[in-house]
Write a protein of this length. Structure first.
Ligand code: AMP
Length: 115
């Protein structure tokens, strides 16, 4: 478990409502939402950032993608959402415990990665 805020949420040290939980990950609402739906899918085992992942993390990474799809269906946004991973401080990563942002419920500019 990491010492990051997400590690503390997963361990229960910081109380948080889990929208989804399974053996390997949780999903919570982002505390500072950038869209009407802004959910974080967080693995229970800490990988600091995606570029630290190794071959033996393959199953976990696949699991997170499947969990993101399930959470999107649970929230009714499965037809239109973005899945974002910020990797490294230069890309805006602020919590160094890998997580997937599910962003939905707003207009997305067609063909653009951001905005
Ligand atoms: P990133 O910038 O990709 O590292 O994303 C970290 C995200 O975690 C940001 O969108 C924050 O708003 C969010 N965040 C930080 N602390 C909490 C918290 N206690 N509960 C929920 N989300 C949080």
């Amino acid at each position: 478990m990491s010492d990051s805020i997400f590690g503390k949420i997963i361990s229960g040290e910081i109380p948080s409502e889990f929208l989804y939980e399974d053996e390997h990950c949780i999903a919570i609402n982002d505390i500072n939402p950038q869209a009407p739906v802004h959910v974080l899918v967080i693995p229970k085992r800490c990988i600091e950032k995606l570029s630290d992942a190794q071959d033996d993390d393959q199953a976990l990474l696949g699991h997170l993608m499947l969990a993101a799809g399930k959470v999107a269906r649970q929230l009714g946004v499965e037809e239109a959402f973005r899945l974002i991973v910020n990797n490294g401080a230069g890309a805006g990563q602020t919590v160094f415990h890998l997580h997937l942002h599910i962003i939905a419920g707003r207009q997305f500019a067609e063909g653009k990665m951001v905005g």
